[in-house]
Design a binder for this molecule. Structure first.
Ligand SMILES: [Zn+2]
Length: 193
């Protein structure tokens, strides 16, 4: 795929309201599964205990689905995986992935567009880039997961190279990519800012 096509693909998904609705549904399913599974520590019942998130850029999601164990003496928090929120990032996962993928060969034009449309500045982009190239690349998750890609994913151009493995016109392929990354986004134990 040519880079320009890839960029168009990214922009299209970033503006896709139906995609955001779909992601919310997937997260609801993940939450429902977590509720049925119960507490991972003691097997007890869990209660809904969502916490507030205010991701910037993209849809106005403000609740991260989460649960608390109802068992006296345990009471631990259990936060299911999410296709909407990427770890502790304040931007929606889809925005972090697509925007980070777009920034290879960053032009002044593109930076201006990102700043005006999504309110993402150069410093934030730099932090995301660092996260992909250092934190993500060295994560246990990626070390285990990269083996399933053949030929291997070019790590110096993450996450663009990873997107390429999922890029097609079909929306559900993007969903596959976010689903692939979802274990990074939970379960989270303890309070999360
Ligand atoms: Zn428990």
């Amino acid at each position: 795929m040519k880079h320009q096509d890839g960029e168009a693909w990214c922009r299209k998904h970033l503006a896709d309201q139906e995609l955001y609705q779909l992601l919310e549904k997937v997260d609801l399913d993940l939450a429902e599964a977590a509720r049925w599974a119960g507490c991972r520590h003691c097997g007890g019942k869990v209660h809904r205990a969502d916490y507030e998130r205010k991701p910037r850029g993209g849809p106005h999601w403000d609740q991260r689905f989460s649960f608390c164990c109802a068992q006296e003496g345990c009471r631990r928090r259990c936060t299911p995986a999410s296709v909407r929120f990427l770890g502790r990032r304040v931007y929606a996962a889809v925005v972090v992935v697509l925007v980070s993928a777009m920034v290879h060969g960053l032009s002044a034009d593109r930076v201006r567009w990102l700043r005006e449309w999504l309110g993402i500045d150069g410093r934030t982009l730099g932090r995301w880039r660092h996260w992909w190239l250092e934190t993500f690349r060295r994560s246990r998750f990626w070390k285990a997961a990269r083996a399933r890609f053949l030929p291997p994913v070019e790590e110096r151009t993450l996450p663009w190279s990873l997107c390429l493995r999922f890029v097609t016109e079909r929306r559900d392929r993007l969903l596959d990519l976010l689903g692939f990354l979802a274990p990074l986004c939970g379960p989270v134990v303890g309070p999360v800012s």
